[in-house]
Design a protein around this ligand. Structure first.
Ligand code: G4P
Ligand code: NA
Ligand code: NA
Length: 189
């Protein structure tokens, strides 16, 4: 997606050989026009999959997910990282380990929002090691709904997540695939 790659080139900050900062349009300040185009592109790629729900994780997955939900005319659910007040047996949960932060987080979704007849599109802002996407997929599996695929705004292809998810048979669609962040420079495949 050329518009997104242009934005990453112009406004992304390479913090190290493995971390890209995009807080001017995705992770802190949000560019609504770009999010709208991202929503259209995810919708175009997954339009024939019979999607009934979009599932993401708070917080940065919400903006691109809502724009996609608007296009596909389906509800958007975000998994919560903090324990909600809801009784635990009313939740689907999974544990997500972050290599970046070296900590585990329980994520959860209320059982009332995903059913076994749903077809779910998982969306997230970044794909690094893939732990968040795996945790979301686990939640969908527990609900016995179908997983249509995984939509990612920015995939760091030099990390293992994308490879692992594709090997597990998931359809992974990344709008920007970064091959390297070496020498302060963003390169795409
Ligand atoms: P993983 O899910 O692919 O295994 O990723 P990891 O645990 O390494 O990532 C932890 C958090 O950092 C996630 O956000 C993820 O989206 C984000 N992240 C990973 N690599 C990068 C990067 O190069 N740049 C930026 N900007 N973010 C990255 P989170 O903690 O869930 O936060 P948020 O959704 O509230 O923003
Ligand atoms: Na995220
Ligand atoms: Na993030």
């Amino acid at each position: 997606m050329n518009l997104l790659m242009k934005k990453i080139k112009e406004d992304g900050e390479v913090l190290s050989d493995s971390v890209l900062k995009v807080d001017s349009f995705l992770n802190h300040q949000i560019d609504p026009e770009l999010m709208s185009e991202i929503g259209k592109e995810f919708a175009r790629r997954f339009q024939d999959e019979g999607i009934t729900k979009i599932l993401t994780i708070e917080s940065s997955g919400i903006a691109p997910s809502v724009m996609t939900g608007l296009q596909l005319n389906v509800p958007v659910i975000f998994a919560r990282k903090r324990k909600s007040l809801t009784l635990i047996n009313e939740l689907y949960s999974s544990t997500v380990y972050s290599f970046t932060k070296q900590e585990s987080n329980e994520i959860s979704v209320s059982k009332k929002f995903i059913n076994d007849d749903d077809c779910v599109l998982i969306i997230d802002d970044f794909l690094a090691n893939g732990q968040a996407a795996i945790g979301l997929a686990e939640i969908v599996k527990k609900s016995k709904a179908k997983i249509a695929g995984i939509g990612i705004v920015i995939e760091k292809g030099f990390q293992e997540g994308g490879k692992n998810l594709r090997e597990q048979g998931f359809r992974v669609e990344s709008l920007a695939r970064i091959s390297s962040l070496n020498n302060g420079e963003v390169s795409f495949y």
